[in-house]
Each structure stands twice: as C-alpha cells, then as structure tokens.
Ligand binder design. Sequence first.
Ligand SMILES: *[C@@H]1O[C@H](CO)[C@@H](O)[C@H](O)[C@H]1NC(C)=O
Ligand SMILES: *[C@@H]1O[C@H](CO)[C@@H](O)[C@H](O)[C@H]1NC(C)=O
Ligand SMILES: *[C@@H]1O[C@H](CO)[C@@H](O)[C@H](O)[C@H]1NC(C)=O
Ligand SMILES: *[C@@H]1O[C@H](CO)[C@@H](O)[C@H](O)[C@H]1NC(C)=O
Ligand SMILES: *[C@@H]1O[C@H](CO)[C@@H](O)[C@H](O)[C@H]1NC(C)=O
Ligand SMILES: *[C@@H]1O[C@H](CO)[C@@H](O)[C@H](O)[C@H]1NC(C)=O
Ligand SMILES: *[C@@H]1O[C@H](CO)[C@@H](O)[C@H](O)[C@H]1NC(C)=O
Ligand SMILES: *[C@@H]1O[C@H](CO)[C@@H](O)[C@H](O)[C@H]1NC(C)=O
Length: 458
Amino acid sequence: MEILLFSFFGLLIMAHGTAESNLSDDILVPHSLENMDMEEGDEIDLFELPSWTSERGSKVLVNVDGFGAVGDGISDDTQAFVNAWKQACSTTKSVFLVPLGRRYLVNATRFRGPCADKLLIQIDGTIVAPGEPKSWDPKNPRIWLDFSNLTGVLFQGSGVIDGSGSKWWAASCKKNKSNPCKGAPTALTIDSSSAVRVKGLTIKNSQQMHFTISRCQNVRLSDILISAPEDSPNTDGIHISESTNIVIQNSKIGTGDDCISIVNASSTIKMKKIYCGPGHGISIGSLGKDNSIGIVTKVVVDTAFLRGTTNGLRIKTWQGGSGYVRAVRFQNVRMEDVSNPIIIDQFYCDLPTSCQNQTSAVAISQIMYRNITGTTKTAKAMKFACSDTVPCSHLVLNNINLVKMDGTAETYCNSATGFGYGYVQPSAECLNSSDKKFIVKQADDAQPSERVLIHTEL
Ligand SMILES: *[C@@H]1O[C@H](CO)[C@@H](O)[C@H](O)[C@H]1NC(C)=O
Ligand SMILES: *[C@@H]1O[C@H](CO)[C@@H](O)[C@H](O)[C@H]1NC(C)=O
Ligand SMILES: *[C@@H]1O[C@H](CO)[C@@H](O)[C@H](O)[C@H]1NC(C)=O
Ligand SMILES: *[C@@H]1O[C@H](CO)[C@@H](O)[C@H](O)[C@H]1NC(C)=O
Ligand SMILES: *[C@@H]1O[C@H](CO)[C@@H](O)[C@H](O)[C@H]1NC(C)=O
Ligand SMILES: *[C@@H]1O[C@H](CO)[C@@H](O)[C@H](O)[C@H]1NC(C)=O
Ligand SMILES: *[C@@H]1O[C@H](CO)[C@@H](O)[C@H](O)[C@H]1NC(C)=O
Ligand SMILES: *[C@@H]1O[C@H](CO)[C@@H](O)[C@H](O)[C@H]1NC(C)=O
C-alpha cells in the first residue's frame, strides 16, 4: 500500500499548450518531500538523541532549580533560567531541565546560541508568562521565550508553555477598537537555527502567535499540542517564515487564528497528521502585503483533519504584491463543518478599510488538491478567487467530495485555470484551462513506458 501511494504521489502533471509556462520535475510533486515522511516509530537521527535518563551518566544535568528557580508560579524565575541557560549552553552534552510538577514564572527572555554540542532542552514542568501586558518588558515587545542560533538541539518533554494571554487578547485592537494595533509577544520562537527537533511540548494561551519558526533549516516538530480559545485574536498555532526543510507531524492545534501559517521565503515544508480546529485552518500567507515580494514553494499537507474551522486549506495574498506560490499539494484531508474548505484568496485584506485592486499580485500556480472530503458550512466549498491580471494556473483537483447538508455546495472561480480529474464534487468546471490537453504521467518512472492519462474534455 505504501509503495502504491508513493508512486501515486509521484505524479507529475505536465501541460501541453502554446503559451504554457514550463513545469519542472519537482513542482506539484516535490520529490524531495517524499523522503521527509516519518512513519510511526521512525526516530529522527538528525544527531544522536538518547534520552537523558537512559544515559544520565554521560549527560550533565543543568536543573533550573539549582539556579534558584522557585517554581511556585509567583516568584520571578527569569534570572534562574538565564543563569541555567548560560551553564547548559556552554557545556557539552548538557540537559537544560525544567522539572516536572512546578510552575515557573519567566519574563521575556532570549536564549541565545551557539551552544556546545548535544544540548537537550527537557521541559517537563510548566513555564508561565506574567499576564499583565502593561508591565511587559518594553525592550522585548514581540517575544516571550526566544531561542536563536542553535544547531543540533532537541526540545522535548511533557511540559507546558503557558502565555497567560487573556489580558493581551482583551487589549488587542481586534477586541477593543479604541486600542492601537500593536503586536503582542510570540510564546515560543526558534530563530536562525538548524537541525532542531521539538517533540511533545504543549503550548497554550499565547499572547499572540504560539510557536514561530523563523530563518531556520531542518526543523522537525512532532507531537505538539497547541491550544487557545477560538476567539483569541491572532493566536496562530505554528508560524513558519523564511525557513526551509520543516516537518510538522502528528500535532493537534486549536486556536483563534491559523493552525499553521507559512509565510515568505519558505520552502520544502511538510505537514503530516495534523488535527486542526477551532481556528482559521492551514494557510499559506498572507503574502504580498504593502506591495512586497512573497515566495513560498514546495509545501505538502498530507493527512489532516480539520473541524469547525473558518477555512480549510487556504492560500491568501494581498493585491499589489509580487513573487509566487507554487508546487503545493494538499492530500488526504478530511473536513467537518469547515466554512471555506478549499480557498485561494488573492484579494486578502484584513484592514478596516477595503483594499483596492491592483495590477500586480503574487502568482499562484501548480497547486494540487487530492482526496479531500467532508462537509462545508458555506455553499462555496471551493473558492478560487484569483487576480484578474495574474490568474491562478495549474490548479489540479482529484478525488474531491465536499458536501453541504442542503446540497448546494459549489465551486467559485475568478481568473483561475486548471482542471479536475476523477471524482470532483462540487464540479470544478469553472476551473477551465486555456490548455487543450494535460498529460499526467508518472514522474518517478524514468522509463518511456510512462502511464499516461489524458484529460481531454477541457
Ligand atoms: C521554457 O523553457 C525553455 C527552455 O528551458 C525556455 O526557452 C522557455 O522560455 C521557457 N518558457 C517559459 C514560458 O518559461
Ligand atoms: C519582568 O519584566 C518587567 C519589565 O522589565 C518587570 O517589571 C517585571 O518585574 C519582571 N518580572 C515579572 C515577573 O513580571
Ligand atoms: C550566531 O552565532 C554566531 C557565532 O557563531 C554569531 O556570529 C552570530 O552573530 C549569531 N547570530 C545571531 C542571530 O545571534
Ligand atoms: C478599551 O480600551 C480602552 C483604552 O485602553 C479602555 O479604557 C477601555 O476600558 C477598554 N474597553 C473594554 C471593553 O475593555
Ligand atoms: C520575501 O523574501 C524575499 C527573498 O526570498 C525577499 O527578497 C523579500 O524582501 C521578502 N519579502 C518580505 C515582505 O519580507
Ligand atoms: C483519503 O483521505 C482519507 C483521510 O481523509 C484517508 O483515510 C484515505 O486513506 C485516503 N485515501 C487514499 C486513497 O489515500
Ligand atoms: C477586485 O476584483 C475582483 C475580481 O474581479 C472583484 O470581485 C472585486 O470586487 C474587486 N475589488 C475591488 C475593491 O474593486
Ligand atoms: C472558461 O470559463 C470562463 C468563465 O469562467 C469563460 O468565459 C471562458 O469562455 C471559458 N473558457 C473555456 C476555454 O472554456
């Protein structure tokens, strides 16, 4: 079965047409992503990662309690964490330990690398942020726990990172119109790092975004739990920016904003076994705000369940941007009561005033949706709202079944081309293509005996 699926994923869609843009081998179906699959029990050996308990002898335990942390949830343990970090970071094979059963109040803190080899960050207890926005460190308005410049580090444990965000939410301009719109801290940030693994942590009630991965390479997250109330503003679950080679696996996210959002300069991102809801779904974007360049390529969502979200699989860009989103594949996704299950929105605008249409836009092409099923809350189960001047192209749909209880599900298209094959419900006839013929062939079959499916009725 696995082999069958893999060769299926290797499908390459080629377009034959006159003014057709070139499709290279690794679009639609970025092969490099296939190798990023992690099956059950498949441990990641980015580097040696024995659990510190089993090899305690060779590990140097750096317990925050040993640096004066009190862990009563009231005393300020920031300095103890800073001192313990200094020690752990400069010691080979050390374990920065936040022990089980306590609650450590910690202020905005930067945990900077580079560190000595084989650092393990074991978080078993709870780390809690001070809850009063008015006394937040003005020097660090956008961060709470910020880790940067790390290489070959493992974060793990059953611990909880609790942003105590309720006062921040109440003060946000989305909740209280008389307040200015200024950002709040991200609970956990991993920045400018590589070969990082994060396993098993819970992050909740962040002031704003929960977990940001920025300027990173080779990061694997698994078994992450993220939660915040549905009405908490801008509390994205996992936010990826300027990063490549990121895997998010087996994670459950329910917040007041995107479960996962992927923004500029990110590529080769794989999400597997994602449970999302409540929230705004899994998003690429927004991109292109204020006429900026936005580039995101090679993204795969494979096996996801979304329940009660306002969007399902979304790509959102602002008018006036430039750059592109391409080679994206969404597959094996089940939706339940999702308002906009499949949506490309090139008119994204979350300003109080409406945004003018412009001639430039972030180009969107080579987006594949396959095996997407479930129920939609609105009639527009599939919405491809693309720029009049920069149409979406090579949108491919296969095995789609999205239904609305009253039977009115439909597909909306504006300036979108591509095609559907196999079962596609609601019908995607509006997604017509200027091409007369598409050839779907096995890309990973180098033989000339490629299986060729020709879609003729376009
Ligand atoms: C397609 O690729 C060929 C050769 O690589 C190039 O000459 C041509 O300009 C490309 N066409 C487009 C539309 O990018
Ligand atoms: C955190 O930082 C702020 C500003 O520097 C300070 O007023 C506060 O006492 C610190 N500690 C806690 C627990 O808030
Ligand atoms: C990362 O560490 C290197 C030293 O290895 C240093 O030169 C660089 O400035 C650091 N970068 C950041 C963002 O802290
Ligand atoms: C909204 O914010 C203003 C100014 O910060 C404050 O005076 C007011 O009490 C807030 N309103 C609510 C409903 O919290
Ligand atoms: C997006 O990333 C590209 C580089 O890939 C950069 O040139 C551009 O300025 C970035 N856009 C924004 C909004 O930061
Ligand atoms: C289609 O997706 C569902 C999950 O939504 C999965 O259970 C099923 O195995 C998938 N079918 C194929 C043929 O991959
Ligand atoms: C922008 O263009 C779209 C598609 O043609 C149209 O539906 C929308 O009303 C336009 N928006 C504005 C603000 O003109
Ligand atoms: C594609 O659909 C548009 C309306 O969405 C229609 O105007 C156009 O003629 C169609 N083109 C083809 C090739 O069917």
